[in-house]
Design a protein around this ligand. Structure first.
Ligand SMILES: [Zn+2]
Ligand SMILES: [Zn+2]
Ligand SMILES: [Zn+2]
Length: 173
């Protein structure tokens, strides 16, 4: 009798790719990210209310940053739009909890699926071709920049680096 090795039903989760392939399983990708967000909120005794969840889901729908008004438009494609202040408050909550980042140079927001420490240095790689934004982190860069800042007697608050260029998928087409 042939023996079948059952396929690993639950393969260990790989860390999310910086630039997921265009044909990646995005449903799973966004479902996993939402589950991570729920876990983060629960751990902190915070509530992921309906509007917070909707705003996050809107950002998780793609790997591209969205402006505040684009988010509001997508929250209610047909019906009446929520009051901007409601969406802004939800965004603020998500940012404070590290679930969303602001890309200063684009004046836009992107969901963070990395669950890194609040003060960790964030490096955004922004593709000028497709608009995708990847989040890379490097302990070496963090150490170098932190010591450079300290040497200047400077206390960095939100260490963010934005680098524009061309992503791996756009380069290969
Ligand atoms: Zn995805
Ligand atoms: Zn992040
Ligand atoms: Zn690209």
């Amino acid at each position: 009798m042939p023996r079948f090795t059952p396929k690993a039903a639950k393969a260990p989760r790989e860390p999310p790719a910086v630039f997921p392939a265009p044909d990646h399983d995005h449903d799973r990708c966004s479902t996993d990210a939402m589950a991570t967000a729920e876990a983060v909120c629960e751990e902190r005794g915070q509530r992921l209310t309906a509007i917070r969840r909707k705003v996050l889901a809107t950002l998780l729908a793609s790997h591209k940053p969205l402006g505040a008004y684009e988010i509001i438009d997508r929250l209610a494609p047909k019906g009446p739009r929520p009051a901007p202040i409601t969406a802004y408050r939800a965004l603020e909550f998500l940012r404070e909890n590290g679930l969303v980042h602001r890309i200063e140079s684009r004046n836009a927001f992107i969901a963070c699926v990395h669950n890194h420490a609040a003060g960790a240095l964030v490096v955004f790689l922004i593709c000028e071709n497709c608009g995708a934004v990847g989040e890379a982190s490097s302990a070496d860069v963090t150490t170098t920049l932190t010591s450079a800042a300290r040497a200047a007697g400077f206390v960095p608050k939100s260490p963010v680096i934005e680098i524009t260029g061309v992503c791996v998928h756009c380069r290969s087409t």
